[in-house]
Design a protein around this ligand. Sequence first.
Ligand code: ADP
Length: 375
Amino acid sequence: MDIGGSLAKVVFFEPNSKADGAEKKKRIVTKHDLTRNLSSDSDNSDADDNFEMLANYVLSNHYLGDNGIRDQRLEMHDQQFHGQSGTLHFIHFLTSRMDECFEFAKTFRLPDLSDVVCATGGGAYKYEGNCKEILGMKLRKYDELECLIKGIHYIYAHNPLSECYFWEGVTSDGSSPNARKVPYDFGDPYPYIVVNFGSGVSILAVQSPDEYYRVTGSSIGGGTFLGLCCLLTGCETFEEALRMAENGDSTKVDKLVRDIYGGSYDKFNLPGSTVAASFGHMMHENKRKQMSKSDLARAALVTITNNIGSIAMMTAHAQKIQRIVFVGNFLRTNDIAMKMLAHALNYWSQGTMKALFLEHEGYFGAVGALLKLSD
Ligand code: ADP
């Protein structure tokens, strides 16, 4: 597990089950089946039956409970782990629901089957006591940045053809309807910068598999985006915030170079469309009357994305590194932010730097923690 400031990520390995040489068919279990089973004979059933029921529920649903998601598109088949062949699964849910997760695991008597949970992220420390108290299980804690790097290298090595990509044909505002994802060969990656765009942001320089350091970070990250959107628009979820941003126009909120110069600022090569002051129009009453909540959501997205893009680029310059890999769940289903980062890096570095992205964007820490089982 990787228990972060916003989301808890769970990665687990499912060994291939064989019955008489054939793949055993999984039973579909709904939330209703689960509840019925538990209310009937949970005290009498044995731990293996309970676990099979839970596993079948998890594996036959995309949405788990009221906020969990199993990312089926990211599943990795035919993986070898602890001498067995099987599938890696990827799940996330809100960290604010951790205690319910422990209660759920207790109901299904997970502690009867295993006494080890490898965990990383700040929550591994914060929830250690609750895990012990509710489940009687010990969390084995690991450093989150070490797990992140370990996870990136493992996943890339096992999914080399489609894990890493960049965006081609992007425009500055992130709309770019004709942009396309292009696979990138990350086989010889060193050195590179990793920007972990989570609730907050950490930026690391990676020189080799075991040689990396945290260069800097920012408290202005995905948590800031969601927090501001909730405040400014009344939305409740990340998905809602992104939907609003997709329909918004940030130029109604931000003051651009052309709003000040009447055009571009040529001496320093600043196009008129460059943001001069994020949220700068909001000092004027008439502008406040003209904007919508979606415009505010888009402006929040643009502000936070550009700010991190700029810090990432300065870090890369200072470290003399050209490749920047962006990970973290802020990028989850967030094509606008990825395209903006791709455009900004390419434009401001005059094509010398590339923004790279990884398909398993927010799961690398949890993968690294799982790999610790083998250490
Ligand atoms: P952390 O480890 O700090 O939780 P993540 O890499 O998981 O960091 O990213 C968290 C960020 O991802 C949130 O701040 C938010 O911007 C974004 N996000 C993506 N999906 C969700 C979601 N379903 N709920 C909340 N935030 C989400």
